[in-house]
Design a protein around this ligand. Structure first.
Ligand SMILES: [Zn+2]
Ligand SMILES: [Zn+2]
Length: 469
């Protein structure tokens, strides 16, 4: 960009001969006519270099500007690029006013009313381009909406000016033994209460010895008119599922075929429990920093007679999307992400794993089937194998990112027992790590009090993970 006077600096004089004679209209779209006189030299600058510089001819590539930045729309239910936000609009408006002032001044100076209108219209068209160019999702703060929950996330990429400083922690090397005599999940070992595990292979499921939900729990007395002290029954069951007899064999270290065995177990458990409970929550908590009590590769299943909060939000959002558009939200989303590619970590014929556009956690990931599937129990054998492939790729990248056994909270969302229109199976992965094996993101005061916020963009996070595939 080579604009005389540096018109984009927001404070410099853009007009040869000085800016004193250039008035700014009261508003970017105002009808005020400036009364100043500008130098005719400005006209030359505006028509050639300037028009090119703001991307009118679209050849400059708009350094750093994401393709489609101008097409973000408030009515798009799955916007991939947020519309220009306040900070951008302000700086754009300032530059735009100055330019409109120049153009108006020139036309007025000529005494040509028709010419003035023509120039003014042109200036307004260009001003839109200027603002579009100015918004860069990898540079400017903006908000992104999670269509599954309706929540917004503030993205502040300008706070990551420093180069990528991902640190590795070699001290967290592979020191985990394949068998631990003190592990209550290893084959043959004793659990709480003296129960002994069988010598299982390859997987093992048992009722949680410290269950958070219990079947047949009595209902609390409830006054339907009391809005301040409301309670309800929490009836359910909790199971533990061991993914492998080997104490050290995490999903990330398994082959695709070994992961597919775990997928089969998830399917079998979901199918069995959904017969009895409204919601079945398969999940895995990995790593002490995430709250896992044991490194042995295992997950849990909490089933309940009620729809948890996240389930309620996601069920409602997907049903509303289906009724508005006649298609599945997450099938549409998977197709859009597959086409875009910039947030993709792993993809095959059946699955795609992406850092979602609306991610809150730095390396948050969503794993999606590419055809409509409402529950994990509906996966075909090919899809189970394909899932093993995508998870192996994705989890391997997680581990290599900081050279550590990557911690996360993760789980599957399948349709509830009573069904849900437009519901699409998917898995969420919420890793807490920010920039090293032992530096986690912790929600700060602004986030508890106002709005979730992140610095690293989802696009950069996905690129970092692709770098270590
Ligand atoms: Zn163990
Ligand atoms: Zn979900």
């Amino acid at each position: 960009m080579n604009v005389a006077g540096g018109a984009d600096d927001g404070g410099g004089c853009a007009v040869p001969g000085g800016s004193a004679g250039i008035d700014e209209p009261d508003g970017a779209g105002g009808s005020d006519e400036p009364d100043g006189a500008g130098g005719s030299d400005v006209l030359v600058v505006w028509n050639s270099d300037e028009a090119d510089a703001v991307g009118v001819n679209n050849e400059s590539g708009g350094a750093g500007v994401a393709a489609g930045a101008a097409v973000g729309s408030a009515v798009d239910p799955l916007p991939m690029v947020a519309p220009p936000q306040a900070a951008t609009t302000q700086s754009g408006t300032s530059a735009t006013r100055r330019r409109i002032g120049m153009v108006n001044s020139v036309a007025e100076h000529r005494g040509d009313r028709a010419g003035f209108c023509s120039w003014y219209a042109a200036a307004r068209v260009v001003s839109v381009s200027i603002m579009s160019e100015l918004f860069n999702p990898s540079v400017h703060p903006h908000r992104r909406r999670n269509p599954l929950t309706g929540d917004w996330v503030v993205v502040s990429p300008q706070r990551t000016k420093r180069p990528w400083q991902g640190q590795t922690d070699d001290s967290v090397g592979d020191v985990t033994p394949s068998y631990d005599p003190d592990c209550y999940l290893c084959p043959g070992n004793e659990r709480a209460g003296g129960v002994k595990n069988p010598v299982y292979d390859p997987t093992f499921v048992f009722e949680n010895d410290f269950a958070a939900l219990l079947p047949g729990s009595p209902s609390p007395a409830n006054d339907a008119d009391d809005e301040l002290f409301e309670s309800d029954t929490a009836d359910g069951s909790c199971r533990v599922i061991c993914f492998s007899p080997r104490h050290d064999l995490t999903l990330a270290k398994m082959s695709a075929d070994e992961i597919a065995v775990v997928v089969d177990l998830w399917q079998q458990q979901q199918g069995e429990l959904i017969e009895q409970w409204e919601w079945v929550q398969l999940f895995e908590t990995r790593g002490a920093i995430s709250g896992a009590s044991n490194p042995h590769p295992h997950g849990q299943i909490w089933s309940s007679n009620f729809l948890p909060n996240e389930a309620q939000s996601e069920i409602a959002a997907q049903a509303q999307y289906l009724s508005r558009r006649g298609t599945s939200m997450l099938v549409d989303y998977a197709a859009r992400e597959a086409a875009a590619g910039e947030r993709t970590i792993a993809i095959n014929d059946h699955w795609i794993a992406v850092v979602p556009y609306w991610a809150y956690w730095p390396f948050e990931t969503i794993v999606l089937p590419r055809r409509p599937v409402s529950s994990i129990i509906d996966l075909t054998a090919d899809e189970s194998e394909g899932l093993g492939d995508v998870l192996r790729t994705m989890l391997g990248a997680f581990d290599r990112l900081f050279n550590t056994s990557f911690p996360y909270c993760s789980g599957w969302h399948s349709a509830p027992r009573s069904g849900a229109d437009g519901f699409q199976l998917h898995a969420h992965y919420y890793p807490p790590l920010l920039r090293s094996a032992d530096v986690a993101k912790i929600p700060a005061s602004y986030e508890w009090l106002a709005n979730m916020q992140r610095d690293l963009t989802p696009e950069t996070a996905a690129a970092n993970l692709r770098d270590v595939l």
